[in-house]
Design a binder for this molecule. Structure first.
Ligand code: ADP
Length: 155
């Protein structure tokens, strides 16, 4: 099944200049970027996004961390994208995330763990709607050389 999933590249990754490397991993896997923007996550958005941890004692810390800088929010599309991307990110607690996963390779903390990825198909649908308007999600195909090359270069 071709699915869409929501990714947030968190402030620690932006701050450490890891945006390109992380996005590149998704591209190399074969996932297609169908939406992408830089966003500051305000209080209401974070409370809606994290209802399951809203009442935890660590939530104020998570909020501060997630607001420390803008984030980059993406929608990725591909075969079984929700599960594939979760596996690529690794477990929440980055200190025990296996090498080869994004959290395993770039993070140490349970709080600043460089990426968010939707945890189920249902959550993905809700999260994509929360962060993107319908017309911000783009439907496009690979372009061919006819369009890439200038007329003189095509001869
Ligand atoms: P995931 O992001 O892997 O889906 P959760 O939904 O459980 O994990 O948690 C959301 C985010 O809250 C985590 O990615 C992390 O940034 C933060 N978090 C989770 N647990 C803790 C904790 N015990 N202490 C501090 N921050 C936490």
């Amino acid at each position: 099944m071709i699915e869409k999933t929501l990714i947030i590249i968190k402030p620690d990754a932006i701050n450490r200049g890891l945006l390109g490397e992380i996005v590149q991993r998704f591209e190399r896997k074969g996932l297609k970027i169908v939406a992408m923007k830089m966003m500051h996550l305000h209080d209401k958005l974070l409370e809606e996004h994290y209802p399951h941890i809203k009442d935890k004692p660590f939530f104020p810390g998570v909020k501060k961390f997630m607001q420390a800088s803008p984030t980059v929010v993406l929608v990725l599309e591909g075969f079984e994208a929700v599960e594939v991307v979760r596996l690529m990110c690794g477990p929440t607690k980055a200190s025990i995330a296996p090498a080869g996963t994004i959290r395993g390779d770039y993070a140490l903390s349970v709080q600043s763990n460089v990426v968010h990825a939707s945890d189920s198909k249902e959550t993905a649908k809700k999260e994509i709607k929360r962060f993107f308007k319908e017309d911000e999600i783009l439907n496009y195909e690979k372009i061919d050389y006819e369009l890439i090359l200038a007329p003189d270069e095509r001869r």
